[in-house]
Design a protein around this ligand. Sequence first.
Ligand SMILES: NC(=O)c1ccc[n+]([C@@H]2O[C@H](COP(=O)([O-])OP(=O)(O)OC[C@H]3O[C@@H](n4cnc5c(N)ncnc54)[C@H](O)[C@@H]3O)[C@@H](O)[C@H]2O)c1
Length: 412
Amino acid sequence: MEISNLVSTTNNTPIANTPAASSLTVSEATKNGTLGAKYILVTGGCGFIGSHTTIELINSGYTPIILDNLSNSKPEVVERIKKITKKDVMFVKGDASNKKILTAIFEKFPITGVIHFAGYKAVGESCETPLKYYSNNLSTTTAILETMQKFGVQNLVFSSSATVYYAEAISPNGQVTGECIEGITPTVRPTNPYGTTKLIQEWILEDAARGIDFYPGITSEKARPLRAIALRYFNPIGAHKSGFIGEDPNGIPNNLVPYITQVAIGRLQQLTVNGADYPTVDGTAIRDYIHVLDLAIAHVKTLQYLENVDTGAMDSSPISPNAIRNNGTLFDYFNIGTGTGSTVMQVISAFMAATNGDIPYVVGPRRAGDSAVTYANTTKAQQYLNFKATYGLAEMAVDSWNWQKLNPLGIE
Ligand SMILES: NC(=O)c1ccc[n+]([C@@H]2O[C@H](COP(=O)([O-])OP(=O)(O)OC[C@H]3O[C@@H](n4cnc5c(N)ncnc54)[C@H](O)[C@@H]3O)[C@@H](O)[C@H]2O)c1
């Protein structure tokens, strides 16, 4: 497939005819100073976390190429990223499970790494239509790995989730605490198909790192050892400071914060708090909320970590005891949270302060499969990725509300 057949911009113009992506061949990139920059394929880059990470990549000197089928996002996001960064952004509209499209991109650009966000993420929908979730989430990952193998691309950062942990996280002394620690807190079959796809995708990466698929000359002349990291996000909220991009769910939100902001803006009538009889300070469930801007930084730090693995340089990345290694391959996993939990009532209070108004709510029963307390142990990410979240709940609430206020109906 010719890359010129792919659609690249918001007006559906073929990539070869657009001023932004189009004309940017690799040799022309040299002239405008982007060669030498590292090309990173960002699947799902028009989504909530992908769009914020794309900005952070650009700010850190990378050249991202977004591949998104727009199943849960809008092409206008690309324009907004351009507006924020004042840079051209390459965008390919297409499916991340389509190996022809992936091959065309890898042939055209010297990709040095992939950040794989593309996937479906609605827990409730995954229970109703599990096959849709298994098909999309797993096929994108295998197609990306096969293309990386074919082209000798080594570095992959994968969007995993805290849902892989056993719902009532158990600490080393056997007590139920809600603290999730990598390699210690058990991961078991999650309570919904969405979570199961995340765990299976981690296993695919782990097995790929154990096997010989990525050995040079065995499956592909160009193959080089895979280096993959799964980031287990806790609860991303917040939005870009500009208010140009933020979480823009289709339909009724599944997550607490977009629900709250839509109540605050008047799109929804009231919030239902799922359970107020948990053994917590105010009876509502505790989660670890992390600002999407911190999360974006975590991705760049993870890429930098992977780039330094085994380089022989003085500062080569240290390897954690959890890592799977096999002749140069690497698979590892890290929690990305703040390490601090907040109750639903504390989140509501933070939004009342941010909006300077009331958030009407009713208390409903607990939701099946929800745990009382879940928060990240962040030691491993600090020690190996040099990542520590900086934003607190109050600022997350202010930024989420700023985005909602400026975009009452989301991106239109
Ligand atoms: N937001 C969260 O609370 C959260 C928590 C943990 C993990 N994650 C994971 O992080 C990733 C990004 O989450 P998000 O909140 O930004 O979701 P999102 O839905 O906003 O973004 C995902 C993007 O991927 C695109 N997409 C989906 N399937 C695709 C395919 N086959 N090919 C190309 N594009 C495709 C969608 O159009 C969307 O733009 C997802 O994998 C999600 O499961 C999210």
